[in-house]
Design a binder for this molecule. Structure first.
Ligand SMILES: [Zn+2]
Length: 307
């Protein structure tokens, strides 16, 4: 018997992408495959093969658009599952990168008990150890962290110090989910500067929530990456404004874009509503032209996060 969900997936499967929408060797820098909002206190259980079933058609579909790598940005405490990512990567033939770090947003729900007590050096030691030994056998390839707002409080500052120390030792980039807009982004750059961590290692995640482009320009001119996330039909106008602003300033080489899409939610029946990964290829990047598409999806992801 065909399961209802699989039957519906079949009906929804998009036709093969037109040549204009394919970006060979492209990288998605900020998406999710699984997110569990239960946090560290209330983690959900899930069946790996069920997640595979839900995620597979979406990952296979985006591969047809030339995507070769997806950075899975779910942090520890919100369902980071390197073993699952590895299983999916093998099954689908797509690189999936996982991360290390501690995420301080979402009302601190993802902050493990040890992180409240550890100083920045202790934290960094743990992150570096994950990078060296792997998490469940899988090596994280970037640092994912988050600050809860501006001004940064003591824990926010410590998380960013730990991320900077980890970056200095491993070379990994720091993707920081930034609540608090441009002021919070600049406050993080000051911390990196103080620790002599190159600003090109910093990715300002969720820069689209800052409405004043002056911050986007300043952060990019300082050498850091400005990442506009959550691209989709509802926000397309603003996202185009943001990217065109950067383009107009000659700062497209410090700009990243993502959909922040997905994902299997183990707290919902059947994993809930899974949003796919292809909108950016079919509807967003074509507005900006082939050259910008290549810059944003092929060159910049490698410049920012490595090969
Ligand atoms: Zn995200």
């Amino acid at each position: 018997m065909i399961r209802r969900r699989e039957f519906l997936m079949g009906l929804m499967a998009a036709p093969a992408p037109g040549a204009a929408h394919v970006i060979p060797a492209s990288v998605l820098v900020h998406e999710h495959i699984l997110v569990d909002f239960g946090g560290v206190k209330n983690p959900s259980k899930y069946d790996l093969s069920e997640v595979l079933r839900a995620a597979r058609p979406h990952l296979e579909e985006v591969k047809k658009f030339g995507c070769v790598r997806l950075l899975e940005c779910t942090p520890q405490g919100l369902g980071r599952d390197p073993r699952l990512m590895d299983m999916l990567a093998q099954a689908i033939g797509l690189e999936i990168w996982t991360n290390t770090g501690v995420y301080g947003a979402a009302n601190r729900s993802a902050v493990p008990d040890w992180a409240w007590k550890a100083d920045a050096k202790d934290m960094a030691r743990r992150f570096v150890a994950e990078w060296k030994k792997g998490v469940e056998g899988v090596r994280p390839r970037f640092i994912k962290t988050a600050v809860n707002g501006y001004p940064l409080d003591e824990l926010d500052r410590r998380l960013i110090e730990a991320a900077a120390l980890t970056s200095l030792e491993t070379g990994m980039a720091i993707a920081s989910h930034t609540n608090g807009g441009g002021k919070a982004a600049e406050a993080q750059l000051e911390i990196l500067d103080r620790l002599r961590c190159p600003l090109k290692k910093f990715v300002w995640v969720h820069a689209q929530s800052e409405k004043d482009h002056a911050y986007h320009e300043r952060v990019a001119r300082a050498g850091a990456w400005v990442e506009f996330d959550g691209i989709g039909p509802k926000t397309r106008g603003w996202h185009l404004d943001c990217v065109r602003f950067m383009q107009g300033k000659g700062l497209l080489d410090h700009t990243l874009v993502s959909q922040d899409s997905g994902w299997y939610n183990p707290a919902e029946p059947g994993g809930g509503q899974y949003r796919g990964y292809t909108y950016i290829y079919t509807d967003f990047l074509p507005e900006l032209g082939a050259e910008a598409g290549r810059q944003l999806m092929v060159i910049n992801p490698r410049q920012a996060f490595g090969n």
